[in-house]
Write a protein of this length. Structure first.
Length: 230
């Protein structure tokens, strides 16, 4: 076992998954919704700015967009604008179907279920139930931790701690899958084992990193964490 894990030794009994960018790729739909709002408001917005919103809560996202545009608005105005974006985003979720799991994600959930692991969601989104319903994925999750479960969003560890507590597991008994820098930060702060999905400049600080969910199979993760599995 790699030396870095020795201090946190515990048997892995559960997996906690981020949603957007791990189970399904809603990042594009978030981008399109923010872009529609930005066009209506004549704001500068592009994919580089959108990348900074990955894993970040809706209200923190609109603050980043405002900073990018050097504008200042009242909290009430921000709440109203974020609600407009959300209406556009939620409408667009109707197009998600069970064909929209990221490659490898459904297979992994099925494998973990068949092996008896507990599974939770740990997402910043307040729309996670709708996304999981569209995917037909609710049955795989024992616990849903999302933007409605906790007040402090990632990089605070709260949503993962909430999910672990509901699973009746300790952080060192859980592996967190994350595609966002703030998400890996959150999981590490909480004392979880981390699997990063994406480039190293984004999630290189995870214990283990894969370019895509397709590579992050149960077998790959198990062989890396080695003695932490029975
Ligand atoms: C995260 C996304 O999962 O959820 C962010 O990566 C998004 O881009 C955040 O802003 C909040 O989502 P929602 O659905 O509550 O607006
Ligand atoms: Mg994500």
């Amino acid at each position: 076992m790699p030396k870095i894990f020795e201090a946190r030794l515990g048997m892995i009994k559960g997996f906690i998954f981020d949603l957007d960018g791990v189970i399904t790729d809603t990042a594009e739909l978030h981008y399109l919704a923010w872009n529609t709002l930005a066009e209506q408001m004549s704001w500068k917005f592009d994919r580089t700015v959108n990348e900074r919103l990955r894993g970040v809560s809706r209200m923190d996202s609109i603050r980043i967009i405002q900073q990018h545009n050097n504008t200042e608005r009242t909290e009430d105005e921000l709440i109203e604008l974020a609600a407009l974006k959300n209406e556009i985003y939620v409408d667009s979720l109707d197009q998600i179907s069970p064909n929209d799991f990221l490659p490898g994600a459904l297979e992994l959930l099925k494998k973990l279920k068949s092996q008896g692991f507990k599974i939770a969601l740990g997402s910043a989104s307040k729309n996670s139930q709708k996304v999981l319903r569209q995917l037909n994925a609710l049955e795989y999750f024992d616990v849903i931790g999302d933007g409605n479960s906790v007040a402090k969003s990632k990089p605070a560890p709260d949503v993962f701690l909430f999910a672990a507590e509901k699973l009746k597991l300790k952080p060192e008994e859980c592996v967190v899958y994350e595609d966002a820098e703030a998400g890996v930060d959150a999981a590490k702060t909480g004392g979880f084992y981390t699997v990063g999905i994406g480039p190293s400049n984004r999630v290189g600080h995870a214990d283990l990193r894969f370019e895509s969910m397709g590579e992050a199979t149960f077998e790959s993760v198990k062989s890396f964490f080695d003695d932490l599995f029975l």
